[in-house]
Design a protein around this ligand. Structure first.
Ligand code: DGT
Ligand code: CA
Ligand code: CA
Ligand code: ZN
Length: 581
């Protein structure tokens, strides 16, 4: 079992204990353990008892449970708890705003077991009279159900990438002669993916049409397969235990590029490309590009060959959405997209001073290992009381501690920053003379998400008027598959940001906020982007790659992105830098 799976078992135990109304300390112990295991870099299943007990928050009992999970794949305590409730009850918890206490209430009083039963009860107004509910919460639950249904079947990019990588590793091990390439929306770096699409490039026994029954047998024998949806010699589909559908398609080597192109999509991109082929006397399909006149092959082995034969330069997968990339490829003016290698520093992260898990020094050491030239430590401000946000005095103390580490890590500069809340009326949570003493100020909305568009836009614009704000973080506040974006006039925000505020692409796996469309709009209006992890732990610094996909899907070049700059260049671009100059 990998860390993610073990963490999930602990989270479920905590949820079920909470639904039962058990001891809060016991519940918290499982949540802490889930957190530790879920973010630990090395596989805990391989650790011995002593190593396990050295992990934060893991005692004798939890260490035993991890050993049990590693050895048997299940935990008896977890199984027993699951027996006490209908299995569908955990689905209720995945609704936004529905926690274990609400589930306990719904199950205990109305015997609600499924999302459908909950929807019925909410629609017929049976929830509002329950203790602690009310009409407002009833409406919120209905909204959460609607949002959930709209998204069913989609998964976060990062989760899909992990599930796909695991499957591909299995396939590579069991079919060493075959080449496997993840395609579909995953290759395009879409924020969520409907399924896992994997392309297999012919093994020795393959020729067009003949297929490879052995390969497909091995595919459906993958231990995580829950159900086989289709099973042929060149194409099979399965449903995996964690809810993913996975499609495997096999093509011969001379169709490699054509199949990569076809199955990477998007559908919209493919349709335009196929029309272009027809206009030029070709037929394009997953096996190749053929001259319609005599059916002879014009291209197919490589993607580049296909695009070239159609008078186009090769198009990066992230751009293949029929949003102008074909025209740009025809005119040879596709942008040089930003990549992870261009990034010189990370400008948004938290430490144990607020809700981060690691100390300043650990974050800095990790950034140093990543080869960064600079990082900004940006803990929360006081309005975020839940996160132990900093007031002015603590913020300045913290800044001094951050700056004191400068010189410790060769080539790395630590910037003392803050993530300052934008209050409901648009004022900033900390006083100007405090903000002025910091190196970087990120502003963000963490409350009153329900304001209407005019109010919310005014609120954000007001905050951006402060001469001390350098970055607007996670501008829409959305949580993928969970919370809708707040209502904000992005045109107006982008226009305001042109006066020296960078708009963040937040790399948290369920934020990716700005999204691709907004980031592109902001860029086109002349606003600068910044790609930041908002890491709350050392390991989360690695989430940069997800935000890079978003930036690339927004057609961003290195020049569009603040944190591709050297530190002196960056300082000069900040509004506070211009002031000083
Ligand atoms: P998803 O799974 O909803 O996240 O999005 P995709 O893009 O991965 O879509 P999927 O899995 O249905 O199909 C994978 C690729 O196969 C798709 O991007 C393009 C190609 N494809 C599928 N169906 C069609 C089709 O009807 N026409 C064309 N031209 N291409 C198709
Ligand atoms: Ca797909
Ligand atoms: Ca598919
Ligand atoms: Zn943050």
């Amino acid at each position: 079992m990998d860390n993610r799976q073990i963490a999930q078992v602990f989270t479920e135990i905590a949820d079920l204990l909470e639904i039962k109304g058990e001891n809060v300390f016991k519940i918290r112990a499982y949540r802490t353990a889930a957190d530790t295991v879920g973010t630990w870099a090395d596989p805990v299943a391989r650790m011995d008892d002593q190593q396990l007990r050295a992990l934060p928050g893991i005692g004798k009992d939890l260490a035993l449970k991890i050993r049990e999970l590693a050895n048997t794949g299940v935990c008896v305590f977890h199984q027993e708890l699951l027996q006490e409730f209908p299995p569908t009850i955990l689905d209720l918890l995945r609704l936004h705003g529905v926690g274990p206490k609400t589930v306990a209430l719904l199950y205990g009083t109305l015997d609600i077991r499924t999302v459908d039963e909950l929807a019925d009860a909410a629609r017929s107004g049976r929830l509002r009279d329950l203790k602690g509910m009310g009409a407002k919460k009833e409406a919120l639950i209905l909204k959460a159900i609607d949002e959930r249904q709209k998204d069913t079947g989609r998964h976060l990019l990062s989760d899909t990438a992990a599930a796909s990588a695991e499957l591909v590793a299995y396939l590579r091990e069991h079919a060493p002669g075959v080449d496997f390439i993840p395609v579909g929306s995953l290759r395009r770096g879409c924020e969520t993916c409907g399924d896992i699409d994997i392309l297999a490039i012919g093994g020795p026994s393959t020729s067009l049409g003949a297929g490879d029954p052995d390969l497909m047998d091995r595919f459906i024998a993958y231990p995580k397969v829950d159900r086989v949806l289709g099973h042929g010699d060149t194409k099979s589909s399965v449903r995996l235990q964690d809810g993913y559908q996975a499609d495997l398609r096999l093509v011969p080597p001379d169709s490699r590029g054509a199949a990569m192109q076809y199955f990477t999509g998007s559908k919209a991109h493919n349709i335009v490309l196929r029309d272009r082929a027809i206009q030029r006397g070709f037929t394009l399909n997953e096996y190749g590009l053929f001259r319609t006149a005599d059916d002879s092959r014009a291209a197919g082995e490589t993607e580049e060959g296909i695009y070239e034969a159609l008078g186009l330069s090769w198009v990066e997968p992230e751009l293949r959405e029929n949003r102008g990339e074909i025209e740009a490829a025809a005119e040879r003016r596709l942008p040089r997209l930003v990549s992870a290698a261009d990034i010189r520093g990370d400008l948004h992260m938290h430490t144990t001073a607020t809700d981060g898990r690691d100390e300043i020094e650990a974050m800095a050491a990790a950034a140093h290992r990543l080869g960064y030239s600079y990082v900004a430590i940006t803990d929360h401000s006081k309005a975020l009381a839940m996160a132990n946000g900093l007031d002015e005095a603590r913020a300045l103390d913290h800044a001094a501690r951050v700056r004191a580490l400068n010189g410790r890590f060769e080539g790395l500069t630590l910037l003392a920053g803050i993530e300052c809340d934008i209050l409901p009326d648009g004022r900033l949570d900390l006083a100007d003379d405090c903000l002025a003493q910091l190196d970087l100020v990120i502003a963000s909305v963490h409350s009153h998400f329900g304001q209407d568009e005019a109010q919310m836009t005014d609120r954000v614009l007001h905050a951006l008027e402060s001469p001390w704000v350098d970055v607007l973080a996670h501008p829409t506040g959305r949580l993928l598959l969970k919370r809708e974006p707040l209502r904000l006039n992005m045109e107006a925000v982008a226009a305001a940001a042109c006066h020296g505020v960078a708009l963040e692409i937040n790399c948290q796996v369920d934020r990716l906020d700005l999204n691709d469309a907004h980031a592109r709009l902001a860029r086109e209006r002349g606003a600068r982007l910044v790609i930041s992890t908002d890491a709350h732990s050392v390991t989360a610094l690695g989430n940069l790659r997800w935000g890079i996909h978003v930036a690339r899907r927004a057609w961003a070049t290195p020049a569009d992105v603040l944190n591709t700059r050297s530190l002196p260049e960056l300082r000069a671009l900040l509004r506070r830098g211009r002031k000083a100059a």
